[in-house]
Design a binder for this molecule. Sequence first.
Ligand code: ACO
Length: 319
Amino acid sequence: MAYSRILGTGSYLPPTVLSNAMLAERIDTSDEWIVSRTGIRARHIADEQETTSDLACKAAQAALADAGVAADEIDLIVVATTTPDMVFPSTACLLQEKLGVHGCAAFDVQAVCAGFMYALITANNYIKSGMAKKALVVGAEVMSRILDWQDRRTCVLFGDGAGAVVLGESDEPGILHAKLAADGRYKDILNTPAQIADGKIQGMPYLHMDGPAVFKFAVKALSDIAEKTLGEAGMSKDQVDWLVPHQANLRIIESTAKHLGLPMERVVVTLPEQGNTSAASIPLALDVAVRDGRIQRGQTVMLEGIGGGFAWGAVLLTF
Ligand code: ACO
């Protein structure tokens, strides 16, 4: 059976930066509060005209260039997003059109901040089963569109961006092992409950979060799933060169790393400059660490993250 391996990575951040100080001019918050509770200092915000598929396209083009793969060689596109351009068609179909290719399978995956891992494992299984040879896997979000900018409990936490990988058939193992999980009983502590009905938006169209409840759940779920993934793969934490976590809160990242016994020097953190970009945060962090030379070919990387649903997971791979 073929394996799948990451052939290239790419990412894109919209140029507009919103600092904590700028936020503090608009709402009752402070740089000190945001940094001490979350680790976030700034976030990138998409322009009004920029959509999720625009950000996805730029990240995808960077990943294709890095992999040396032409867009028309891709036979599967999977986009993880919580903020699709429209109800339908899928953002993956819109991305396909923007890339100027036609015909390959394309669909979206919705698992909020865990979405990129769900998308990656879906593409991995397509490749392992022979249904695809080269897949584009993208996490892209314009979280700024679903935030209530008057709600200081949520609007300071999120940012916009996109990250992508090209996953290809390989004789050598790339994706080693993964565990995905979900528990819909926790739907009320993190959600955006709006729906379209009768030609109107019904219900709250902004992100709602019970921060302390999410914090408590996330720390335990992430530690457990990271440990189980390692155990099932027959590997120890000493074999993990890099942890690339979902970037939601520095304290959650630090406590998961501590639980795994990994020093923070082996953890990729992009949160201070990017905030929480939901499904985009893991591929964004991966691309940053690949491009600055920290993550090298042949090294073992663990991805892990959690988001609304709740949905969470961990992926072990050889880069
Ligand atoms: N600036 C100043 N004060 C604030 C702000 C702000 N931006 N936000 C909240 N406060 C106030 C609250 O109003 C409250 O004041 P009160 O006691 O007078 O009512 C006080 O600060 C404490 O509020 P808490 O919500 O209890 O603050 P906490 O210490 O729990 O920190 C935080 C909040 C940062 C959201 C934390 O709970 C957290 O990080 N939770 C996890 C969030 C997370 O990881 N979300 C993403 C995961 S899933 C995904 O990525 C979609």
